[in-house]
Design a protein around this ligand. Sequence first.
Ligand code: 16G
Ligand code: MG
Length: 539
Amino acid sequence: MEEVCKFVSAEYPRKSDSFIQYGTAGFRTKGEALPHVMCRMGLLAVLRSKQKKASIGVMITASHNPEEDNGVKLVDPMGEMLDISWEKHATLLANVDDSHLAETLSSIVQQEKIDLNQESCVLFAKDTRSSSVLLAKALQHGITAMGSEFVDYGLLTTPQLHYMVRCRNSNNDYGQPTEEGYYTKLAAAFVNLQKSVTDTGKYSSEITVDASNGVGAQKVRELAKHLGEQLCITVLNDGSVGKLNHRCGADFVKVGQCVPDGVALSEGMKCASFDGDADRIVYFFQGPDCSFKLMDGDRIATLVAGFLKSLVARTGLKLNLGLVQTAYANGSSTSYITETLRVPVACVATGVKHLHHRAQQFEIGVYFEANGHGTVLFSDIAERRVNEALKNSSLSPESRAAVEQLRLVIDLINQTVGDALSDMLLVETILCHSGWGMQNWYDCYTDLPNRQLKVKVKDRNIIKTTPDETQATTPAGLQSAIDKLVEKYQCGRSFVRPSGTEDIVRVYAEADTQENADDLGHKVCLLVFDMAGGIGDKP
Ligand code: 16G
Ligand code: MG
């Protein structure tokens, strides 16, 4: 271990002693601060691989953050996020002095009872940031220092890398662990699903994608080649001119509730925005009054849950279905799901890992964050029942057709993590099967106007919340002050939480009108500023 650590520290020494934490989405900061962290994550990924006796993934990306940022996430064997119990190892390893690296590694080996002679393999990929090239080298240096095998996938979207990891560890049951395998699997399911529709009603097979000037641009073009006539995709913000995530992409569109730069929105257009690593998607279109209509993660969640509920009913199979949201879910979406669709809803803390874990508790678990990150998980029981039903010769023709459709829907979905490409195909399938244009989808329910704001404070961890993040438990008195404000607004709701990715406190407010939502949000910002140690200009 001493030798290994000397080797990595010589090439990638820890140059500054600023602390970095493995948070909701791994490590994320300026790209230039990451080389030694990346190299050390190579070491850690090898240890994790030896412990799990499986391939482990590492993705180099900072998602929707600006181009100069970068980051790294580890991916566990089934394609899910690194287990929470290992986050502390990642944080510790990233922050120790070079002189303590060997000792820290050895202690992880001991604690986790890792057999260093076990074989290992690390699969890695990067997004299009300029710093990603050097960081991939640093990562590879760490992996090879430990004598491990690796596969460098080059440029991939985050969900593609998650898919590769799952394929590698599932004896190819999940699909072929290649880019071609990924496109072929998704496209075959999509084309087969679309073929069975005879009346497409108001559905249009044309879509414009704002790829946030990120890796999703080239990957969605690759996907399009496999879709034939079934979906006609125009890619804008493909990185040829614009800057990554600058005034475009899913996060910009969702937070700003506006059209991204580079898209000339007109009547009849159906648009989708990806984020920089293509694990989020939101849709938008122009309403009849020329207004901008956003179809965010909540809208996708309701569309998917409604479709799956009726499809499962047609199969005749008994499978429970549930939906997982966060406190950011629009109040109207939650009412629509529980009251109209009658699908049970669970609310959990922000961050994919929380939603993913909760969704695993349903036989079919749909989860979406309002920001457009989400997918559907089919439990082993669900997949087994579907596969058995396919072999059952006594099914009615209607049930058989539904079971076949459900099987294709399972293949269409990237169950490892939210995936803009796969989610787009799923939405298109549902709209086509329903004969819906964007307005039909929009008419399901009316969003409550809302606003997201942020406040700078000295220490954001002063704010603690209940597990579902709907109530602040500290500082004392903040929640009751928020409650008093909220009471004054029709349909008012507001909550605050410390961000997991930025050094700020986030504020969410919704109310009956945009003016009221803005006003409530602003007043709650003032409360946070006054009661939680605000710094800088008053909101
Ligand atoms: C990360 C999370 C995302 C969450 C966001 C919240 C993953 C892969 N990504 O991007 O799910 O919505 O953080 O950011 O978990 P915040 O804590 O700054 O509000
Ligand atoms: Mg992302």
